[in-house]
Design a protein around this ligand. Structure first.
Ligand SMILES: CC(C)(COP(=O)(O)OP(=O)(O)OC[C@H]1O[C@@H](n2cnc3c(N)ncnc32)[C@H](O)[C@@H]1OP(=O)(O)O)[C@@H](O)C(=O)NCCC(=O)NCCS
Length: 207
Protein backbone atom coordinates (compact mmCIF):
# COMPACT_ATOMS: atom_id res chain seq x y z
CA UNK A 1 0.00 0.00 0.00
CA UNK A 2 1.32 3.46 -0.85
CA UNK A 3 -0.44 6.27 0.94
CA UNK A 4 -0.02 9.84 -0.16
CA UNK A 5 1.28 12.38 2.28
CA UNK A 6 -1.37 14.61 3.79
CA UNK A 7 -1.15 18.07 5.31
CA UNK A 8 -3.07 16.89 8.38
CA UNK A 9 -0.22 14.56 9.23
CA UNK A 10 2.16 17.43 9.90
CA UNK A 11 2.18 18.45 13.53
CA UNK A 12 4.70 20.68 15.26
CA UNK A 13 7.51 18.59 16.66
CA UNK A 14 6.27 15.41 14.98
CA UNK A 15 7.61 13.73 11.89
CA UNK A 16 5.51 13.83 8.74
CA UNK A 17 4.35 10.30 8.28
CA UNK A 18 2.35 9.51 5.18
CA UNK A 19 -1.02 8.10 6.17
CA UNK A 20 -0.43 8.17 9.93
CA UNK A 21 -0.23 10.94 12.51
CA UNK A 22 0.43 11.12 16.20
CA UNK A 23 -2.54 12.56 18.02
CA UNK A 24 -0.88 14.36 20.91
CA UNK A 25 -3.98 14.53 23.07
CA UNK A 26 -6.99 12.26 22.74
CA UNK A 27 -10.27 14.13 22.55
CA UNK A 28 -13.86 13.26 23.36
CA UNK A 29 -14.53 12.86 19.62
CA UNK A 30 -11.98 10.00 19.44
CA UNK A 31 -13.50 7.98 22.26
CA UNK A 32 -15.93 5.88 20.18
CA UNK A 33 -12.98 4.56 18.16
CA UNK A 34 -10.88 4.02 21.29
CA UNK A 35 -13.79 2.24 22.98
CA UNK A 36 -14.25 -0.10 19.99
CA UNK A 37 -10.52 -0.87 19.91
CA UNK A 38 -10.34 -1.30 23.71
CA UNK A 39 -13.01 -4.01 23.47
CA UNK A 40 -10.97 -5.83 20.80
CA UNK A 41 -7.70 -5.55 22.72
CA UNK A 42 -8.66 -6.38 26.32
CA UNK A 43 -10.71 -9.11 28.00
CA UNK A 44 -11.60 -6.64 30.77
CA UNK A 45 -11.91 -3.40 28.82
CA UNK A 46 -12.13 -0.05 30.58
CA UNK A 47 -15.58 1.45 30.11
CA UNK A 48 -15.85 4.46 27.78
CA UNK A 49 -16.70 6.62 30.85
CA UNK A 50 -13.33 5.83 32.41
CA UNK A 51 -11.60 7.32 29.34
CA UNK A 52 -13.98 10.29 29.35
CA UNK A 53 -13.01 10.98 32.98
CA UNK A 54 -9.33 10.52 32.25
CA UNK A 55 -9.46 13.26 29.59
CA UNK A 56 -10.30 15.71 32.40
CA UNK A 57 -7.66 14.43 34.82
CA UNK A 58 -4.94 17.11 35.05
CA UNK A 59 -2.30 14.46 35.87
CA UNK A 60 -3.08 12.29 32.82
CA UNK A 61 -2.39 12.47 29.14
CA UNK A 62 -3.50 10.12 26.39
CA UNK A 63 -2.12 9.84 22.87
CA UNK A 64 -3.09 7.88 19.80
CA UNK A 65 -1.86 7.05 16.33
CA UNK A 66 -4.61 7.96 13.93
CA UNK A 67 -4.87 7.59 10.19
CA UNK A 68 -4.98 10.78 8.15
CA UNK A 69 -7.50 11.26 5.35
CA UNK A 70 -4.98 9.65 2.99
CA UNK A 71 -4.58 6.72 5.38
CA UNK A 72 -8.34 6.25 5.67
CA UNK A 73 -8.69 6.33 1.89
CA UNK A 74 -6.03 3.61 1.75
CA UNK A 75 -8.13 1.51 4.14
CA UNK A 76 -6.46 2.09 7.51
CA UNK A 77 -8.60 2.13 10.69
CA UNK A 78 -9.25 5.61 12.17
CA UNK A 79 -7.26 4.83 15.35
CA UNK A 80 -4.45 2.27 15.15
CA UNK A 81 -2.96 2.48 18.64
CA UNK A 82 -3.32 4.46 21.83
CA UNK A 83 -1.85 4.79 25.29
CA UNK A 84 -2.01 6.91 28.39
CA UNK A 85 0.17 8.02 31.28
CA UNK A 86 -0.14 9.74 34.68
CA UNK A 87 2.60 11.96 36.02
CA UNK A 88 2.67 12.84 39.69
CA UNK A 89 5.81 14.63 40.82
CA UNK A 90 8.85 12.65 39.67
CA UNK A 91 6.89 9.46 39.06
CA UNK A 92 5.05 8.55 35.91
CA UNK A 93 2.77 5.55 35.48
CA UNK A 94 1.82 4.05 32.14
CA UNK A 95 -1.92 3.48 32.43
CA UNK A 96 -2.54 1.59 29.21
CA UNK A 97 -1.19 0.87 25.75
CA UNK A 98 -2.81 -1.06 22.92
CA UNK A 99 -2.36 -1.60 19.20
CA UNK A 100 -5.05 -2.61 16.71
CA UNK A 101 -4.99 -6.42 16.23
CA UNK A 102 -4.76 -5.98 12.44
CA UNK A 103 -1.55 -3.95 12.70
CA UNK A 104 0.44 -5.72 15.41
CA UNK A 105 4.22 -6.08 15.31
CA UNK A 106 4.56 -2.99 13.11
CA UNK A 107 6.08 -0.84 15.87
CA UNK A 108 2.94 1.16 16.63
CA UNK A 109 3.00 0.45 20.39
CA UNK A 110 6.69 1.30 20.50
CA UNK A 111 5.92 4.64 18.83
CA UNK A 112 3.11 5.37 21.32
CA UNK A 113 5.27 4.35 24.29
CA UNK A 114 8.10 6.62 23.17
CA UNK A 115 5.64 9.50 22.71
CA UNK A 116 4.35 8.91 26.26
CA UNK A 117 7.87 8.66 27.70
CA UNK A 118 8.90 11.87 25.93
CA UNK A 119 5.96 13.75 27.40
CA UNK A 120 6.46 12.23 30.86
CA UNK A 121 10.12 13.37 30.91
CA UNK A 122 9.10 16.83 29.66
CA UNK A 123 6.78 16.94 32.67
CA UNK A 124 9.75 16.19 34.95
CA UNK A 125 9.22 12.46 35.51
CA UNK A 126 12.45 10.77 36.63
CA UNK A 127 11.09 7.20 36.75
CA UNK A 128 8.28 5.51 34.85
CA UNK A 129 6.33 2.59 36.29
CA UNK A 130 3.84 0.12 34.89
CA UNK A 131 2.44 -3.35 35.42
CA UNK A 132 1.64 -6.20 33.08
CA UNK A 133 -0.06 -9.58 33.30
CA UNK A 134 2.56 -12.24 33.92
CA UNK A 135 1.47 -14.11 30.76
CA UNK A 136 1.49 -11.04 28.51
CA UNK A 137 4.71 -11.81 26.65
CA UNK A 138 4.04 -9.17 23.96
CA UNK A 139 3.65 -6.35 26.50
CA UNK A 140 6.60 -7.49 28.63
CA UNK A 141 8.76 -7.79 25.48
CA UNK A 142 7.76 -4.26 24.47
CA UNK A 143 8.60 -2.81 27.89
CA UNK A 144 11.92 -4.66 28.10
CA UNK A 145 12.87 -3.36 24.65
CA UNK A 146 12.31 0.16 26.00
CA UNK A 147 14.54 -0.41 29.03
CA UNK A 148 11.97 -1.28 31.70
CA UNK A 149 13.21 -3.66 34.42
CA UNK A 150 11.17 -6.06 36.49
CA UNK A 151 11.09 -4.70 40.03
CA UNK A 152 8.41 -6.77 41.74
CA UNK A 153 5.30 -8.86 41.64
CA UNK A 154 1.77 -8.11 42.83
CA UNK A 155 0.08 -11.41 43.65
CA UNK A 156 -3.35 -12.07 42.12
CA UNK A 157 -3.59 -8.48 40.90
CA UNK A 158 -5.55 -9.30 37.75
CA UNK A 159 -8.96 -10.92 38.16
CA UNK A 160 -9.84 -13.96 36.04
CA UNK A 161 -11.39 -13.15 32.65
CA UNK A 162 -13.20 -15.13 29.94
CA UNK A 163 -9.86 -16.34 28.61
CA UNK A 164 -7.32 -16.04 31.46
CA UNK A 165 -7.14 -17.24 35.06
CA UNK A 166 -6.49 -14.89 37.98
CA UNK A 167 -2.91 -13.69 37.51
CA UNK A 168 -0.02 -11.90 39.15
CA UNK A 169 1.14 -8.52 37.89
CA UNK A 170 4.78 -8.01 36.97
CA UNK A 171 5.82 -4.56 38.17
CA UNK A 172 8.30 -2.82 35.91
CA UNK A 173 10.16 0.49 36.10
CA UNK A 174 12.29 2.53 33.75
CA UNK A 175 14.73 4.28 36.10
CA UNK A 176 16.33 6.27 33.35
CA UNK A 177 13.90 7.04 30.54
CA UNK A 178 16.56 9.33 29.03
CA UNK A 179 16.85 13.01 28.19
CA UNK A 180 13.91 14.37 26.23
CA UNK A 181 16.02 15.26 23.12
CA UNK A 182 17.08 11.61 22.83
CA UNK A 183 13.51 10.43 23.38
CA UNK A 184 12.25 12.78 20.64
CA UNK A 185 14.77 11.25 18.24
CA UNK A 186 13.83 7.71 19.27
CA UNK A 187 10.13 8.53 18.96
CA UNK A 188 10.55 9.97 15.48
CA UNK A 189 12.71 7.03 14.36
CA UNK A 190 10.05 4.64 15.73
CA UNK A 191 7.40 6.55 13.79
CA UNK A 192 9.33 6.15 10.52
CA UNK A 193 9.95 2.44 11.18
CA UNK A 194 6.27 1.84 11.98
CA UNK A 195 5.18 3.54 8.77
CA UNK A 196 7.56 1.40 6.71
CA UNK A 197 6.58 -1.84 8.44
CA UNK A 198 2.88 -1.03 8.08
CA UNK A 199 3.32 -0.34 4.36
CA UNK A 200 5.17 -3.63 3.87
CA UNK A 201 2.61 -5.58 5.91
CA UNK A 202 -0.37 -4.18 4.03
CA UNK A 203 1.35 -4.56 0.63
CA UNK A 204 2.05 -8.25 1.48
CA UNK A 205 -1.60 -8.72 2.47
CA UNK A 206 -2.81 -7.35 -0.88
CA UNK A 207 -0.56 -9.65 -2.93
C1 LIG B 1 1.34 -5.40 23.65
C2 LIG B 1 0.95 -4.65 22.39
C3 LIG B 1 0.52 -3.23 22.79
C4 LIG B 1 2.17 -4.58 21.43
O1 LIG B 1 1.78 -3.79 20.30
P1 LIG B 1 2.54 -3.86 18.90
O2 LIG B 1 2.22 -2.61 18.16
O3 LIG B 1 2.26 -5.14 18.23
O4 LIG B 1 4.08 -3.84 19.38
P2 LIG B 1 5.31 -3.31 18.54
O5 LIG B 1 5.16 -3.75 17.12
O6 LIG B 1 5.50 -1.86 18.79
O7 LIG B 1 6.51 -4.13 19.17
C5 LIG B 1 7.64 -3.50 19.77
C6 LIG B 1 8.45 -4.56 20.48
O8 LIG B 1 7.67 -5.20 21.51
C7 LIG B 1 8.01 -6.60 21.57
N1 LIG B 1 6.86 -7.41 21.14
C8 LIG B 1 5.72 -6.99 20.56
N2 LIG B 1 4.89 -8.03 20.35
C9 LIG B 1 5.52 -9.12 20.80
C10 LIG B 1 5.16 -10.49 20.87
N3 LIG B 1 3.99 -10.93 20.39
N4 LIG B 1 6.02 -11.35 21.44
C11 LIG B 1 7.21 -10.92 21.94
N5 LIG B 1 7.63 -9.62 21.90
C12 LIG B 1 6.78 -8.74 21.34
C13 LIG B 1 9.17 -6.80 20.60
O9 LIG B 1 10.37 -6.52 21.30
C14 LIG B 1 8.90 -5.70 19.58
O10 LIG B 1 10.05 -5.29 18.87
P3 LIG B 1 10.47 -6.07 17.51
O11 LIG B 1 9.24 -6.16 16.66
O12 LIG B 1 11.54 -5.18 16.93
O13 LIG B 1 10.94 -7.43 17.95
C15 LIG B 1 -0.19 -5.38 21.62
O14 LIG B 1 0.12 -6.75 21.50
C16 LIG B 1 -1.57 -5.23 22.25
O15 LIG B 1 -2.28 -4.25 22.00
N6 LIG B 1 -1.96 -6.21 23.11
C17 LIG B 1 -3.28 -6.15 23.76
C18 LIG B 1 -3.35 -5.04 24.79
C19 LIG B 1 -2.26 -5.21 25.86
O16 LIG B 1 -1.98 -6.31 26.31
N7 LIG B 1 -1.69 -4.09 26.27
C20 LIG B 1 -0.65 -4.06 27.29
C21 LIG B 1 -1.26 -4.02 28.64
S1 LIG B 1 -0.01 -4.18 29.90
Amino acid sequence: MMVMSDKNAVQPGNPTIAGLALLNALKEADLDHVDALEKRCFDSPWPRDAYARELHNPFSFYKAIRSTEAGKTAGLAPILAYGGCHVLGEDAHIMTVAAHPDYRRCGLAEWIMLALLTDAVERAAAAVHLEARESNRAAIGLYEKLGFEQVGLRRNYYPATRTSPREDAILMTSFNPGPSEQLYEQRDAAARRAQMKLQHATAREKR
